[in-house]
Design a protein around this ligand. Structure first.
Ligand code: UTP
Length: 460
């Protein structure tokens, strides 16, 4: 869009306050303003504002909700056998160079209140490794174990991109081949008042917000990385968020189930802990698998119990997925398919008098799990929360660094226990992904060693 077209659009959309502001800018700042606007989809935000005012919801809860089909934790012998067979299938996908890894790390991490990208937060119990290091080391260990190239794609936002790249650079990419690590930025969308007015962040830019983790599936396409991966023969994308230090990157069992179901979009779920736990819920909606945000799900369904008094819709979202790359491509074929959600936000802006003040505004974003209902074939697999899910969301309390720390120590103590090594209660343990990616590997390395643990133990 050229400058004239931007001004015309602002005029048509009654944004006189912005036009007056731009009129008063000196030429160099004026051109900076237009340059900043050029990267933004202004038409989209005005359309979304209209839709939001007309209260069009993205997923209708008037639909028919049922409990979906989910691969449960293996208990019986045949279930263990099926897990084992899936693992072999998943392992061959990795060894044959079919699997790429995407970590979304473009969020603002407001609740954690860490003033750098969330991935730079030190989280491991003894070595204080950052989230970026823990996850990168898993990718490195997997590449080594399966002698495979595993591209690592990291989605950032304009706000944290440079800092993220610098962090990897400074830490020598945590031992990864830097040619197989790709950073790409997610889109930003203007934030708008409920009355439909755009806001100024500063003299030369509109107030914007990242377009949500769903934006990863469109940014991947726009960046050209999706085509690059497909051309190189990769077919599956393991997706996770930066905030879960327990995530099992490219878990072969999960990959195997996904592949055997010929699934386009697969999800790992954990049992909801409480009726009021704030977690998205995996359900079948009008015959299609979907994840509903707890706020959209509503009390009646959220509180529903089965005949045994257990939570009926028990499957909580972990935000761990595998997507087929061709499926991701189809989501981008006629524009971007995912629906936008609107959220209220209080933001600090520059007003027309040049003073800073706080106003209530709407931000629009897409959620990656909204891809699920677009898939013709899906797969959902239950995992044990204590083994795979302990996100760092808040500064303290639930889902915080201290709960993640505790989960990591407990998990690694259980692995050691299974390898015949008892760790005294008061001692901390940490197992580097480079030492063992999982329980089985640890057992095979340590069984019969009679290791005595008398102080905190770090295995690397
Ligand atoms: P959250 O929704 O938990 O947001 O993102 P957040 O940014 O980490 O934290 P708050 O809500 O501001 O406190 C879950 C995952 O999705 C990524 C985040 O980086 C995190 O890995 N994300 C979220 C993006 O990459 N982009 C977004 O626009 C939003």
């Amino acid at each position: 869009m050229d400058n004239r077209a931007i001004l015309d659009l602002l005029q048509v959309k009654n944004q006189d306050h912005i036009i007056h502001h731009v009129d008063r800018l000196p030429p160099n700042k004026k051109s900076k303003f237009f340059q900043n606007c050029n990267d933004l989809d202004l038409d989209l935000v005005f359309r979304l504002h209209n839709e939001c005012c007309a209260s069009k919801t993205t997923l209708s809860l008037r639909g028919n909700i049922k409990v979906p089909r989910i691969v449960s934790l293996p208990v019986r012998e045949n279930e263990r056998k099926s897990h084992y067979e899936s693992k072999l299938v998943g392992e061959s996908l990795i060894s044959n160079g079919k699997v790429a890894v995407l970590i979304v790390a473009g969020g603002q991490g407001v609740r954690l209140g860490h003033n750098r990208p969330k991935g730079t937060f030190p989280v491991s119990p003894i070595m204080k490794k950052t989230l970026f290091q823990l996850l990168s080391e898993q990718v490195r260990a997997l590449s080594f174990r399966y002698n495979a190239k595993i591209p690592l794609l990291i989605m950032t936002s304009v706000e944290n991109h440079d800092d993220t790249v610098l962090f990897f650079d400074t830490h020598n990419f945590f031992g990864l081949d830097q040619n197989s690590v790709y950073f790409f930025q997610q889109g930003m969308l203007p934030t708008i008042t409920p009355e439909g007015k755009l806001l100024l962040k500063d003299e030369t830019s509109l107030f914007v917000n990242p377009d949500g983790h769903g934006g990863s599936l469109s940014a991947l396409n726009k960046s050209g990385l999706l085509d690059m991966l497909m051309e190189q023969g990769f077919s599956e994308l393991f997706y996770c968020q930066i905030d879960n230090p327990l995530v099992r990157i490219a878990d072969p069992v999960f990959l195997g189930y996904h592949s055997q179901a010929n699934s386009q979009c697969s999800t790992k779920v954990v049992r909801r802990q409480r009726i009021d736990e704030k977690v998205g819920v995996y359900v079948s909606l009008d015959g299609k698998d979907a994840i509903l945000e707890y706020s959209d799900f509503g009390g009646k369904h959220m509180e529903a119990l089965d005949d045994n008094g257990e939570i009926l819709y028990w499957a909580g979202n972990t935000a761990i997925h595998i997507m087929n790359l061709s499926f991701v491509k189809t989501l981008n074929t006629h524009g971007f398919a995912l629906p936008y959600h609107c959220a209220n936000k209080n933001v600090e802006i520059l007003d027309s008098k040049g003073t800073r003040k706080n106003v209530d505004a709407w931000k629009f974003e897409t959620f990656v799990f909204d891809a699920i209902p677009f898939a013709e074939r899906t797969c959902c697999m239950e995992v044990d929360r204590s083994e795979e899910f302990s996100p760092v969301k808040n500064k303290s309390g639930p889902d915080s660094p201290s709960t993640a720390h505790e989960s990591m120590v407990k998990l690694h103590k259980r692995w050691l226990h299974d390898a015949g090594i008892i760790v005294p209660h008061e001692r901390l343990v940490e197992i580097s992904p480079l030492f063992s990616l999982d329980r089985e590997e640890l057992i095979s390395k340590l069984k019969g060693t009679n290791m005595q643990v008398e102080s905190d133990l770090y295995l690397a």
